[in-house]
Design a protein around this ligand. Sequence first.
Ligand code: PLP
Length: 486
Amino acid sequence: MDAAEFRRRGKEMVDFVADYQENIEHRRVYPDVEPGYLRSMIPSEAPLEPESYEDVLRDVDRVIMPGVTHWLSPHFYAYYANSTSFPSILADLLSSGIGTIGFTWAANPACSELETVMLDWLGKMLQLPEDFLSETQGQGGGVIQGTASEATLMALLSARLKTVKCVQESDPQRSEADIISKLIAYTSEEAHSSVEKASIIGGVVIRMVPTDEHFSVRAETLEKMVAEDKATGYIPFFFCATLGTTPCCAFDKIDELGPICNAENIWMHIDAAYAGCAFICPEFRPLLNGVEFADSFSINPNKFLLVGFDCSAMWVKKSADLTRAFQMDPEYLKHEHQGSGLVKDYMHWGIPMARRFRSLKLWFVFRMYGLRGLQAFIRKHVELAKTFENLVRGDNNFEICAEVVMGLVCFRLKGSDELNKALLKQITRTGKIHLVPCTLRGRFVLRFVVCGRTTELRHIQEAWKHITELSSKLLQNLFDHEGKEN
Ligand code: PLP
């Protein structure tokens, strides 16, 4: 493909994507395919000779589209969103098109510098303390990680090294292996599984902290666990707080947990992957009070800020804690501006060396929506979730299972887990809308997350109508069955 053909095909591809998104609501949101469906539809080996672009594109329709879950559909209410937008897609196209890789400042100065400034822009939108910003020329700053899981892992590994060094300062004879075997991390029993995964990768013990009636971790619970563990020779070193848990969007009380972590030399990382984006709205910002006690904090603009996957923004108060843990300095990566206060070599801030130009997505989206546009987007989702909550509350067959704070509604049919599992099975089988479940206090619960950029009131009403039609049939069957048995 030469530039002339790319120009033509590129325009066609933009049309394809625009058509796809414009008509997405008419597609079945959840695909009707069986595992292994794809292998039989394409050859078992790569072609020896080149094929035509037309053939490839034809197979996108024939092979790929039938197996796609349409995350951007207004009927998609599962997980948390991939909240992309057209400016973000264009920025990604530009990033791929210029194909530049930004591991050090010298490898791509624009990539490094835009990332630094965008993380400051976003940090200011969130009203983060100045300690987390780069422009203050202090020790803090922001970085884009691929995912929230990576941000948590980076925080845990940095905290691990920091604690090992600290213990060895007072006890130089103690081996690193011995110290690591005594390290203990904490997170909420409601935290995302990525926190436990980080502890496995980091080779440290983790304890799940029980939550209160609002599914929040409280200070006295953590304090008690830390005291118990210290008494048995463990070294508490890391606490991952969650703002906006995955099952039900609950918020740990970081303003009371932070001082304990600070007093006990425990690194506090805040995982606010989804809900953190909403802190750009002043009405939600109080939930972030206490961030001043944190060592690191991360949100996923790709979940709720109209930026496409992947883009996880992470801020640290002392960037040296990260870079010291991961600094490698081979000759081929050295450059003349290394070490200058104005230069960031982001390869030292994360696991991979090579990095895409992801800050372009933030720049395009922030400029084309403005803070006001982004706030309006978040508020609309929250309002739609409240509408859904009211519909659920208005039906005596259903119950709400957790406070609705942002775009997630946890609900269930009053009755057994089996009944709710049967309802979800029907929803998934029908494929009109897509939801996933969670477990809250041992009960099977349905999660309804307003995800789509184009979701409107009518979609919410249609979704509820669909759910109640399916549930009426299930309840009727149950009633008939019980009637027969009696
Ligand atoms: N943390 C929370 C609170 C989440 O809700 C999620 C995913 O939904 C994650 C972490 C994992 O995010 P990622 O896929 O970016 O690692």
